[in-house]
Write a protein that binds this ligand. Structure first.
Ligand code: ADP
Ligand code: MG
Length: 312
């Protein structure tokens, strides 16, 4: 099979077709029409085998799903609606079964969100998947990291730390019941991009970020960009029953604070605003005093280490 056959079989026809795509896969570049009074929001994220996922134990479907999910999560953090993506795929060999399963996983999430695949690049080398996503947002409404103000409330979506536990499961570092294993692996491999929540926060949230490197590191980015500090109520952190029943409470908190891959949103809203969404948890407040302070129920204060995963 030629490279062109490969592209047309696995990537060209099955993906959602959108009326705003004027020219899709098959030419030198794609052409799309941007609706009036909207801005383009663009992000790109790469998954490298054995850096971002264990190659041997991750299903190809999950690799495809996650490659898009992490990009959609960036759209969610901006409050944008994803519309178009391009895919740069580098793989060591032409493996029909792998490609079929990978594209099935990618397609599943693309269909859920009506995202078109409008182009890409296919090369040989160590397995690496890069997706560039483009979304739309009404003019000058996108959520950014730099607007948090002293007094704002800090919220997170979903539960934290599950993906961190899932990574231990994937690496066979911990033995858990089948049902907990399944839950944490799906949280690791199939994160839920909080797109609807992000969109509902437009004009309400003063800042937002998606949690890819752990709450402490990512909230730290909001604090730096906004030039503010914060106090977190550690005992308010949303933890799943599955996490709580698998590890001691202290370990669960540690995972919630610093494990990566949750892809939940962390955002701030003024105290006077009413939260426009469900399934979010109040975890603390923004303060003028720089730095991040973690408070426990018993009144202890500790300052967490702030570095997330660093590639270099
Ligand atoms: P070029 O020679 O211009 O670089 P390519 O041979 O790389 O073009 O690609 C031909 C067409 O197929 C282009 O429209 C490109 O966007 C698309 N394409 C290539 N690889 C992929 C892929 N992995 N997924 C989606 N589209 C792809
Ligand atoms: Mg060309």
């Amino acid at each position: 099979m030629s490279e062109f056959d490969l592209i047309s079989r696995y990537f060209a026809t099955k993906f959602p077709q959108r009326p705003d795509v004027d020219l899709s896969i098959g030419d030198d570049a794609a052409i799309c029409t941007i609706p009036p009074n909207m801005q383009l929001v663009t992000a790109i994220d790469t998954l490298v085998a054995d850096v971002h996922f264990p190659l041997l134990t991750t299903k190809p479907e999950d690799v495809g799903y996650k490659a898009l999910a992490v990009n959609l999560s960036d759209m969610a953090a901006m409050g944008a609606t994803p519309v178009w993506m391009t895919l740069a795929l580098t793989c060591p060999e032409f493996n029909e079964i792998w490609l079929q399963r990978f594209s099935d996983g990618l397609l599943e999430l693309a269909q859920l969100n009506q995202v078109s695949l409008i182009g890409g690049d296919t090369t040989r080398g160590p397995l690496t998947i890069t997706i560039q996503i483009t979304g739309l947002v009404p003019l000058n409404t996108a959520l950014k990291r730099n607007g948090a103000k002293p007094g704002d409330s800090i919220y997170v979506t979903g539960t934290l730390g599950d993906a961190g536990l899932g990574l231990q499961v994937a690496k066979q570092q911990i033995i858990l019941s089948e049902s907990v294993k399944k839950y944490t692996l799906s949280r690791l491999n199939r994160p839920t991009p909080r797109l609807q929540i992000g969109q509902k926060l437009l004009k309400i949230a003063t800042s937002a970020i998606d949690i890819s490197d752990g709450l402490v590191a990512d909230l730290g980015h909001i604090l730096n960009a906004s030039n503010v500090g914060a106090s977190l109520q550690i005992d308010n952190l949303p933890l799943s029953d599955e996490l709580l029943e698998s590890v001691p409470y202290e370990t669960a908190i540690k995972l919630a604070l610093s494990a990566g891959d949750d892809y939940e949103l962390c955002f701030t809203i003024p105290k006077s605003e009413i939260l426009p969404v469900n399934s979010c948890t109040y975890i603390g407040k923004i303060e003028a005093n720089l730095g991040l302070r973690c408070l426990t129920k018993t009144g202890n204060i500790f300052i967490p280490k702030t570095s997330g995963y660093q590639h270099f």
